[in-house]
Ligand binder design. Structure first.
Ligand SMILES: *Cc1c(COP(=O)(O)O)cnc(C)c1O
Length: 367
């Protein structure tokens, strides 16, 4: 069986260092917001070239706490993509604001800057571009629109730790950025975790306050907050994985190049494209085809797992029925939801495994 991602192999490769890190935590005795979280926050901030990193319980909370710390709430609108994991829009709704969707670019699957401007109203407060599948969005164009209308830009970087845009790290490209450490993300742990990166020190202070019950001084509360912290044990694990992430991303890109090389002539397969001025770090390798079901079934017969990202666009989700979006509103996103599928890719996928996948796709002639 070839899994879409083989997490066990990745964690096996760093198991000794991780066990040492967990050992340190147990011996240290400081289990919540202790030295490992502090070290992780400092290392992430320094690596990405921002002033602050604030670790929280998961990527969804990273988005919620950032929106709330910026004072975004009831009556506000936030523009984002309908082609993303639900948590992006869920966070907007969770703080009481309204997600307003704009269609994506057909080549990069990212929020299309040309679709943003017509959705801006006097209630719009922020734009959340998502670096979908590991490829950075068109940040210059998005930042320019934000500047023109006085909007905030919050990167949903949950799928893109270590990606770059014009030689700058993702996570340093907007006003703030949110990452997830869910196990399957490029930089993940063996549980939940997340981080916010920003150079806005006031924002960072507010998020630190929110993540611990709205308190800066223990037992004195300035606002209603959350309990949303990253555990020391996960910080210890992430400190190990952080030393490997660039190499793992290089491996992901190498495998993606290999797929592209051997699959480029296969009819009926449209391979993912890379914009020239950024590095795609292939959280997922997604292929477009009109014969998705046939291909997925052929791969499944050979014990090869695939994934569909995302089978239903967010504007067509039951929960957002009251917004009165309808089929056809975002044709590019909708077409992707009908045609896109992911094939296995992780830093430890062997060449023989890659070849098995390539052979089946070639044999089918794409259908
Ligand atoms: C994973 C993910 C999230 C949520 O992260 P969690 O840690 O699972 O809460 C948000 N946005 C995107 C684009 C994601 O891929």
């Amino acid at each position: 069986m070839i899994n879409l991602v083989n997490l066990k192999r990745q964690f096996q490769s760093v198991k000794e260092e991780i066990l040492q890190g967990i050992n340190d935590v147990i011996d240290n005795g400081n289990y919540i917001l202790g030295p490992k979280v502090k070290e992780l926050e400092e290392k992430i901030a320094r690596k990405l070239g921002v002033l602050e990193a604030i670790a929280v319980a998961n990527g969804t909370d990273a988005l919620i706490l950032t929106l709330e710390a910026y004072g975004i709430g009831k009556g506000d609108e936030v523009i984002t993509t309908p082609f993303t994991f639900f948590a992006t829009a869920e966070a907007i709704s969770r703080v009481g604001a309204i997600p307003v969707f704009a269609d994506v670019n057909p080549l990069t699957f990212n929020l299309n800057p040309k679709e943003i401007e017509k959705n801006i109203t006097s209630s719009t407060k922020a734009i959340i571009p998502v670096h979908i599948f590991g490829q950075p969005a068109d940040m210059d164009e998005i930042n320019e629109i934000a500047k023109k209308y006085g909007l905030l830009v919050i990167e949903d970087a949950c799928q893109a730790f270590g990606a770059t845009y014009k030689d700058q790290w993702v996570g340093s490209l907007g006003d703030a950025a949110c990452f997830s450490f869910f196990p399957t993300k490029n930089l993940g742990t063996v549980g939940d975790g997340g981080v916010i990166t920003t150079s806005d020190i006031k924002l960072a202070d507010k998020i630190r306050n929110l993540r611990t019950h709205g308190t800066t001084k223990k037992y004195y509360h300035d606002r209603i907050g959350y309990n949303s912290r990253l555990d020391e044990i996960h910080a210890a694990i992430l400190l190990v994985n952080l030393t490997k992430i660039d190499q793992w991303n290089v491996e992901r890109r190498r495998i993606a190049d290999r797929y592209r090389h051997f699959l480029k002539e296969v009819p009926n397969l449209q391979l993912p494209s890379e914009a020239y001025d950024r590095t795609h770090i292939y959280h997922l390798f997604c292929i477009e085809s009109n014969f998705r079901d046939e291909i997925i079934n052929a791969l499944a017969k050979e014990q090869i797992q695939t994934g569909i990202y995302y089978p239903r666009c967010l504007h067509l989700q039951e929960v957002y029925r009251s917004f009165n979006y309808k089929e056809g509103d975002f044709p590019i996103s909708e077409s992707l939801s009908e045609r896109l599928f992911a094939i296995p890719l992780d830093p430890f996928l062997s060449e023989s495994e890659q070849d098995r996948i390539i052979d089946i796709l070639c044999d089918m002639g794409g259908a």
